[in-house]
Design a protein. Sequence first.
Length: 180
Amino acid sequence: MTTDITGKKVAFVATNGVEEPELAEPWKAVKEAGGTPVLLSSEKGSITALRGDWDRGGSYEVDGTLADAKAADFDALVLPGGTLNADNMRVEDDALRLVKEFDAAGKPIAAICHAPWILLEAGLAKGRRLTSYHSLATDLKNAGADWADEEVVVDGRLVTSRSPRDLKAFNREMLRMIAG
């Protein structure tokens, strides 16, 4: 049985270089569960995804800008990975502001692969149990996180996963969290 999130609006934060499966598969899972995914980025227009941080993927239309986005308008936040995407988003002031708003509001945040870098920059790693792509382990530990090499980790309202190979577990736990 599919988790029902009918009527829930889910923000996806990404820019050029987002890892395509980490954007497309959770997006599809949200839609199939009855939710409304919304792509937010730094600028209007479209973003280009990558596969494996190297091969060009598809283009995705941006629904709204980060500058205009408010956590109050959404039920949950998804942070897809991709090295380039996460590295750019972790220094984007409006992305960090939005992540902090979701956290302050107690709303679900799901981050996969390199996206926990954004959680780290937003000050949400300390004292939290998280997972990520293995190359971020030291960064997260140095920020005070309890890093675990597991396919999915749920800590309070945070869901994290390691890589595209963990998308099934990531999507399952993300949808459970959004459904409440």
